[in-house]
Design a protein around this ligand. Structure first.
Ligand code: F6P
Length: 329
């Protein structure tokens, strides 16, 4: 019986942070470990993602194992991309390691790829597994925010505010390329709050002539510098700059923000999401739940079946996209 009185067979859990890291993963690991220990569960940390699990990189964690990490970006468990985890033989090896350590259930903290892998483990072996969404891409349904998204947006906005200083001093156009894989969620949020003159996202086909026209009109109105935010899923920033140079006589520079968007101390919102979702993941296991993903929707902690989350694609917020266009002037 756990402290909440619900019955559950789970006595030992594992926690893993596979795939791309995200700022806020450490507060989430901390929440999982401390909630588990509070409920008299044993906890093992699985290091270096799915490959680490296959190789048996497993270490037991105590309360103080997760001290001093709430403000640290990255993941204390480390990670590595393991595309070969698609092979069932390797998933079987992973399951053998979990059994060797008598791990009854798994909390997976990660993005879309980790969610699919976690669900496959459940389907293959009926392993009790709960997913905590953590990805700067924010491309997972069932939660308003994936852990790390808010921090990445803040990092990019801070960078663009700095770029804007030099852009206006030199009266330049800057094309700023942001991450987001095949989605425009980062680009849209960053573009809106950084006041970008144009935002290019994979979800909407762009017209370079229209962008050039808009920049020329802005110049006529006395604007002397411009920021264009491009999601990496649209094109490389250098490509957009090259297209623009054929249409506008201006000094056009490119800044690729890259992996800095994945680092840094997690924001308060990323930490809050991590604390609440990490804890809730353990509570679901204690209630005997499995194959669920936890999320934060309108500030409420929720959970959805992994299957239903995987089936859906998170749509771009078109109201925000239109608002950004209006406010860009
Ligand atoms: O999924 C998070 C992400 O940062 C994407 O936005 C980006 O395209 C990708 O990871 C980069 O992957 P890697 O760190 O393996 O180069």
């Amino acid at each position: 019986m756990n402290k909440k009185g619900a019955r559950s067979k789970v006595e030992t859990i594992g926690v893993i942070t596979p795939g791309g890291d995200a700022p806020g993963m450490n507060p989430a690991v901390r929440a999982v470990v401390r909630t588990a220990i509070f409920n008299n569960l044993k906890v093992f940390g699985i290091y270096c993602g799915w490959r680490g699990l296959i190789e048996g990189k497993v270490k037991d964690l105590e309360l103080n194992s997760v001290s001093g990490i709430i403000n640290q970006g990255g993941t204390m468990l480390h990670t590595c991309r393991t595309p070969e985890f698609k092979e069932k033989a390797l998933r079987q090896k992973a399951m053998d390691v979990l059994r060797a350590y008598k791990i009854d259930a798994l909390v997976v903290i990660g993005g879309d790829g980790s969610l699919r892998a976690a669900h496959q483990l459940f389907k293959d072996f009926k392993l009790p597994v709960i997913h905590v969404p953590a990805s700067i891409d924010n491309d997972i349904c069932g939660t308003d925010y994936s852990i790390g998204f808010d921090t990445a947006v803040n990092t990019a906005v801070e960078a663009i505010d700095k770029i804007r200083d030099t852009a206006s001093s030199h009266e330049r156009i800057f094309v700023v390329e942001v991450m987001g894989r095949h989605n425009g969620h980062i680009a849209l949020d960053v573009g809106l709050v950084a006041g970008a003159e144009a935002i290019l996202v994979p979800e909407i086909k762009y017209n370079i002539e229209d962008i050039a026209k808009k920049l020329k009109y802005g110049k006529q109105r006395g604007k002397n510098s411009f920021i264009i935010v491009v999601a990496e899923g649209v094109a490389q920033g250098t490509h957009i700059a090259k297209e623009l140079k054929e249409l506008i006589d201006a000094d056009i520079r490119v800044s690729v923000l890259g992996h800095m968007q994945r680092g840094g101390s997690p924001s308060a919102l990323s930490r809050e999401t991590a604390c609440k979702l990490g804890a809730h993941a353990v509570e679901l296991l204690l209630q005997g739940k499995s194959a669920m993903m936890v999320g934060l929707v309108s500030d409420k902690v929720v959970s959805n079946p992994m299957e239903s989350v995987i089936k859906r694609k998170r749509k771009l917020d078109m109201d925000a996209y239109k608002l950004a266009e209006v406010l860009a002037g």
